[in-house]
Design a protein around this ligand. Structure first.
Ligand SMILES: Nc1ncnc2c1ncn2[C@@H]1O[C@H](COP(=O)(O)OP(=O)(O)O)[C@@H](O)[C@H]1O
Ligand SMILES: [Mg+2]
Length: 413
C-alpha cells in the first residue's frame, strides 16, 4: 500500500488536537468553542486516514458550510496529482494511491451518502446537523466496517449532540470518549484576543455557548416556531376581526405591519418595507386597515411613533398606543413567548420572520432579575416586534386597555 504522508502538507496538530486524533475510541465527541481548531483537526484526521487507505466522509451541516472544507482538501491534495492523487471536483472526492478516499458531503443532502459505507465519518459542527441526518443517514454508513465517528462541534443548546456528549462522557467501555475545550485553548494570540473581546461584547448566553462551549439551557426564546409556521397569506374573511401590529422603522431598518386574525389567532399577512416617507406609510397602513375590515391597530408611541399615531388618529384610524419601557417590553414579549410555547398562535411560513424568531434571545438580565430581550447584534427584530404588538392587541383587546395599569392607553376600539 502506497501512502503519501511525507509529501502531504498538513498542519501540525497541537498536542491537545493530537490527543483527540490519536485516541483509540470508536466514537469521539469533541465539544469546543468557535475558532478552537475543529475544522483543522477534522480535516487533518480525515486526510491522513484516507491516505492510509480508509474510506472517509467529512460532513458539514449545509452545502454552504462544506465549501471551505472542500477548498481546503483541494489545496492540500491538488499539488500531488502527479503522485497518484485523484481529485474529482464534481463529486468532491479525493482518492489516494492507497485505495482510500475522502469525500466532502453536507447533511442537508443526506441522500448523497445513503447507501455508502465508510471507515471513518467526521461531522464538522455536528450540533447543527439534524438528529435525523445523524441517526437515519450517517450512522448506517458506519455499520459495514464498524467504522469510526468523530463529531466535532460548538454546542447548540441541549440537542442530540449534547446527548451524544453525555453518553460518551459516561461510557466505561472505552468505545466512546468525549472532550471539551473553550476557544482559548487555541494559543493563537488573535483568537485569544477575540475571545476576551467577545466576553465584553456578546450576551452572557452567547459567550458561554459559542466561546466557552457550554451546553446552555434554554436557547431560543420562542419555541415550536417551525411547527407553527404553516400558513400562507390569507385574504380577509367576512365576519372575522383583525388586528394590525406596527413596528415603525428607525434609521436603517424596516417598517413592518403584521395582521392577525382575531378569530383564528393566525398571522395572515405581513407587510415589510423600507425607505418610504411617513405620509405614504400612513396611507399604506390606512389601506391595510380598510382591507381587513377596519382592523384595530397597535403601535408603539416611543420616538417617532407618537407623531405618527397622532397623524393616524386625526384621520380616524382605530389605533391603540403601546408605550415601551423595560417592564412593558418584558410583558409584551413574554405574552408572545407563551403564545408559541402553548401553540396558541399560527404564523406565516416566511423566511425572514422565522429567522428573526429563531435568533431572538435573552440578551442579559436587568437588576431586578427580569430579562432584556432582543435580536443578536447585527440582526433585526422588526417582524418579531410587529407580531408581538399584534398579539398584544389580540389578547388585551377590550376594556382593560383603559385600566391605567396597562402599557396601552388611548384605546378607542
Ligand atoms: N494545529 C494548528 N496549527 C496552526 N493553526 C491552527 C491549528 N489548529 C487551528 N489553527 C488555526 O486556528 C484557527 C481556527 O481554526 P479552525 O479549525 O477554523 O477553527 P474552528 O473550526 O474550531 O472554528 C485557524 O486560523 C486555523 O488555521
Ligand atoms: Mg470550523
Amino acid at each position: 500500500m502506497t501512502t503519501l504522508t511525507r509529501a502531504l502538507e498538513l498542519p501540525q496538530l497541537r498536542p491537545d488536537q493530537w490527543a483527540i486524533a490519536a485516541h483509540a475510541a470508536h466514537i469521539k465527541i469533541v465539544c469546543a468553542g468557535r475558532r478552537f481548531g475543529k475544522t483543522v483537526l477534522g480535516g487533518a484526521v480525515g486526510i491522513v486516514a484516507a491516505n492510509g487507505g480508509s474510506k472517509v466522509a467529512w460532513i458539514a451541516p449545509t452545502y454552504r458550510n462544506s465549501r471551505p472544507m472542500w477548498r481546503w482538501c483541494e489545496s492540500v491534495c491538488s499539488p500531488l496529482t502527479r503522485d497518484g492523487i485523484e481529485v474529482a471536483r464534481a463529486e468532491r472526492i479525493i482518492s489516494f494511491p492507497s485505495g482510500g478516499f475522502i469525500g466532502v458531503y453536507s447533511a442537508d443532502n443526506p441522500d448523497s451518502i445513503r447507501g455508502e459505507a465508510f471507515h471513518l465519518t467526521i461531522i464538522d459542527e455536528a450540533a447543527r446537523v439534524s438528529e435525523e441526518a445523524w441517526t437515519d443517514a450517517i450512522q448506517p454508513t458506519l455499520a459495514d466496517y464498524d467504522g469510526f465517528a468523530l463529531l466535532i462541534s460548538t454546542p447548540k443548546g441541549k440537542n442530540w449532540f449534547f446527548n451524544e456528549f453525555v453518553a460518551a462522557q459516561s461510557d466505561l467501555t472505552g468505545r466512546a470518549h468525549a472532550w471539551h475545550a473553550p476557544t482559548n485553548a487555541n494559543p493563537n494570540p488573535n483568537i485569544r484576543r477575540a475571545f476576551e473581546l467577545a466576553r465584553t461584547r456578546v450576551s452572557e448566553r452567547t459567550f458561554r455557548q459559542e466561546w466557552l462551549a457550554e451546553f446552555v439551557e434554554g436557547g431560543a426564546v420562542f419555541r415550536n416556531v417551525r411547527e407553527l409556521a404553516t400558513l400562507t397569506r390569507q385574504d380577509p374573511v367576512p365576519g372575522h376581526a383583525y388586528v394590525i401590529g406596527v413596528d415603525w422603522a428607525r434609521t436603517g431598518d424596516l417598517t413592518v405591519f403584521a395582521v392577525l386574525d382575531k378569530t383564528t389567532r393566525q398571522l395572515v399577512y405581513l407587510d415589510r418595507f423600507t425607505g418610504i416617507d411617513y405620509p405614504t406609510q400612513a396611507e399604506r397602513l390606512g389601506a391595510l386597515n380598510q382591507r381587513y375590515w377596519d382592523a384595530q391597530i397597535i403601535a408603539e408611541t416611543n420616538a417617532m411613533g407618537k407623531p405618527m399615531t397622532e397623524f393616524l388618529q386625526a384621520r380616524g384610524l382605530p389605533i391603540s398606543e403601546f408605550t415601551t419601557t423595560a417592564a412593558s417590553k418584558v410583558e409584551l414579549i413574554d405574552a408572545l413567548i407563551r403564545a408559541f410555547e402553548y401553540r396558541e398562535i399560527r404564523i406565516l411560513q416566511d423566511a425572514v420572520l422565522l429567522g428573526e424568531l429563531e435568533a431572538y434571545e435573552e440578551l442579559r438580565r436587568q437588576a431586578n432579575g427580569k430579562p432584556i430581550y432582543g435580536a443578536p447584534t447585527g440582526l433585526h427584530d422588526d417582524c418579531v416586534m410587529a407580531l408581538a404588538f399584534a398579539w398584544w392587541g389580540l389578547t388585551h383587546g377590550g376594556s382593560e386597555f383603559s385600566s391605567g395599569m396597562s402599557p396601552l392607553a388611548g384605546y378607542r376600539g
